[in-house]
Structure formats: C-alpha cells, structure tokens
Design a protein around this ligand. Structure first.
Ligand code: THU
Length: 137
C-alpha cells in the first residue's frame, strides 16, 4: 500500500465512486459500496452493490463497474476506485471474487485506489491484493 499524489483524473474517479455509492441497494447489510473504473480510453464506468433477498445473488460494486466497462467496449483498467462503509466511510478492500475480476483486466500498472477512514487515499497494485494469482496461459 502506498499513499502518493492524486491526479485530477483520479480525484474524478474517486468522486464518481462516492456518487454512485449513494445508489447502492443494500436493504440487508446497510453497507454501501461505490466503484468507478477508468478504461484505456479515459472513459469512466461506475457500479454499486446490488443486494438481493436471495443473498448469494447479490453483486459487488467493483464487479458491476467492470461489467459496465466491458459492455461499453473497455478492456483495460487503468485505475479503479472504491468507496465503502455502512454509516461512515471505512476502508473497503475488494472481496476475493472482485480481486479476480480486477485481475482479468489489469496489469501491474493498474492503480487500485481505496478510500479509507477520514478520506485517506491509498494505492495498491493487483499483485499486492492478489499475489500468486490464477491466470489461464
Ligand atoms: N461488497 C462490495 O460491493 N464490494 C466488496 O468488495 C466487498 C463487499 C458489498 C457486498 C454486500 O452488498 C456488502 O458489501 C456487504 O458485504
């Protein structure tokens, strides 16, 4: 994990994640997550978590944002920001499944930006979050 200079584009990505977090459908956990992905063309795609009465059917914010990117034609994650928490913002590190989803469209230059308590901005690489990862050759 690193803290470093945040670019204007990255701040826009963080803002988009915080904005879409407001639309999260979380009647069961109350835990809202918003994610925003910047693709290789500089386009931003967002997603929030969408829970379901049949709990395992619920989907995560990061996976939904990546789905939006792919549907729009994006194929590489330049940066992804996630903002989560129940009442206040807390560090929301992606679940295991979302890490694998991020890996699919990432390389080690991909910036994974997680917002922590007090608004701290923390940077990770996919290799830090998912070491020894599975890829099909
Ligand atoms: N959640 C996400 O959206 N992303 C993650 O990476 C972690 C968990 C959601 C799933 C569920 O709706 C809520 O947070 C609580 O687990």
């Amino acid at each position: 994990m690193e803290t470093q200079e945040t670019t204007i584009e990255e701040q826009a990505l963080i803002d988009a994640a915080a904005e879409v977090r407001r639309n999260a459908h979380v009647p069961y956990s109350g835990y809202r997550v918003g994610a925003a992905v910047m693709d290789e063309a500089g386009n931003i795609h967002t997603g929030c978590n969408v829970e379901n009465a049949a709990f395992p059917v619920g989907t995560c914010a990061e996976a939904n944002a990546i789905g939006s990117m792919v549907a729009a034609g994006g194929r590489r994650i330049v940066a992804i920001a996630a903002v989560g928490g129940k009442d206040a913002i807390e560090v929301c590190t992606p679940c295991g499944g979302c890490r694998q989803c991020i890996l699919e469209f990432s390389d080690n230059e991909t910036r994974i930006i997680l917002i922590g308590e007090g608004g701290s901005i923390n940077y990770y690489t996919i290799d830090e979050l998912l070491p020894e990862s599975f890829r099909l050759k």
